[in-house]
Design a binder for this molecule. Structure first.
Ligand code: SF4
Length: 383
């Protein structure tokens, strides 16, 4: 029997994709090898969020090929997937001729039954891709336009999980709030794909790729319906975007105690100027408003965030606005990253990566200290 092994880099979306890739292998009669040294097919599921993430995947590939130069065993077939596929097949094969096959990440799909190792908690993808086009982000290029999975398919998967004894689920999407609201055809696709330079003013507003909900947003309805499964005890979701964190969602979180009290709400920056350059579609004030409403809905809610320091043009004063936002909100956890330009993104085309690494590092340390180390002194804080 042939065997496969999957090495996964990056976020939960990749881990969830890997569960489905494994499902596809099992369906085709493969078994899972104990290690990459022993498999016939090796899938490398990559992350491209920062250059370092890409370097890690390339380093792993290097180690694999070096290992098999010395080994009596034949090198496995190497299949590359994940966000690094945004480079395109030709460029990837030029960079890494050792790759045998490229599996476009948007072809992983929702349909393969996931093979899960955890027997209590399950990840359920509810959408792929993104229409938001934050200027620094590679996702709309690597994973394509946003596509919601159907209500029926999601509920059916929850039913299967309940039948298998699962009690906790996490709904996954690049922006779960917009589930069921993406515009199918969006005019800026061509704009973002053209080769010539464009300016910040050419960029679509974050909201332009979505429909406005009429009544209860579909995602809130989905949460309500999943909560009706008695056996489901805990529902988490990630990630939410602050610009469309609807009031109805806040009310639902406040009332529905099956929903986790931890809310991940990426702020990225506390400066309106930086948020504008990032094309995030909200302001510091509107972010704080969502925080205030969430804490009003339930004071037990705790918040986490993602922050990028050293975004192009970030002045000391703009960085200090992120520092004051951190102190004001009192996030429990913060994933702080130093800006790294991703080729093909709008920020890579429009802005110069002009903040020296030393300054980025200093800013990273300041925020990491405040959010992740000092936060016990700051909390609890009701905005
Ligand atoms: S919301 Fe922005 S940061 Fe998140 S995946 Fe979409 S484009 Fe990327």
């Amino acid at each position: 029997m042939s065997s496969f092994f999957i090495n996964t880099f990056g976020c939960q979306a990749n881990k969830s994709d890997s569960e489905r890739i494994a499902g596809d292998y099992f369906a085709r009669g493969y078994m899972e090898a104990k290690s990459w040294q022993e498999c016939d097919e090796l899938v490398i599921n990559t992350c491209a969020v920062r250059q370092r993430a890409e370097d890690r995947a390339r380093g792993f590939l290097y180690n694999v090929t070096e290992y098999f130069k010395q080994s009596p065993r034949q090198q496995p077939k190497i299949i590359f997937t994940g966000c690094m596929t945004h480079h395109g097949n030709q460029k990837l094969l030029e960079m890494m001729p050792e790759i045998d096959e490229i599996l476009p990440v948007n072809e992983v799909g929702f349909n393969q039954a996931a093979i899960r190792k955890d027997k209590k908690h399950a990840w359920i993808p509810i959408s792929t891709g993104c229409n938001s086009f934050c200027t620094y982000c590679i996702v709309p290029y690597s994973r394509g336009r946003e596509k919601s999975r159907s209500y029926e398919e999601i509920i059916q998967e929850v039913q299967v999980l309940v039948d298998q004894g699962y009690e906790e689920i996490t709904l996954l999407g690049q922006n779960v709030n917009s589930w069921g609201l993406e515009k199918v055809s969006i005019g800026f696709r061509k704009l973002m794909m053209r080769d010539e330079d464009f300016t910040r003013k050419d960029l679509p507003e974050n909201q332009s790729g979505y429909l406005k909900p009429k009544g209860i947003p579909p995602f809130v309805k989905l949460l309500q319906d999943i909560s009706k499964f008695k056996q489901i005890k805990l529902i988490r979701f990630m990630t939410s975007n602050p610009w469309d964190f609807h009031d109805e969602l806040i009310v639902e979180i406040g009332q529905n105690k099956k929903i986790d009290r931890y809310v991940h709400l990426p702020a990225q920056s506390g400066s309106n100027q930086v948020l504008y350059r990032m094309n995030r579609g909200y302001t510091r004030e509107s972010y704080l408003e969502v925080v205030r409403k969430l804490r009003q809905a339930d004071p037990k809610i705790i918040l986490g965030t993602d922050i990028i320091v050293g975004f192009p043009g970030e002045t000391d004063a703009e960085f200090q606005e992120t520092v004051t936002l951190a102190k004001e909100v009192g996030w429990t956890v913060g994933f702080v990253a130093m800006y790294s330009p991703r080729p093909g993104t709008a920020s890579w085309k429009i802005y110069e990566d002009d903040i020296p690494h030393k300054i980025k590092k200093e800013r990273w340390e300041i925020l990491d200290q405040i959010i992740n180390k000092d936060n016990l002194q700051i909390r609890p804080k009701v905005v």
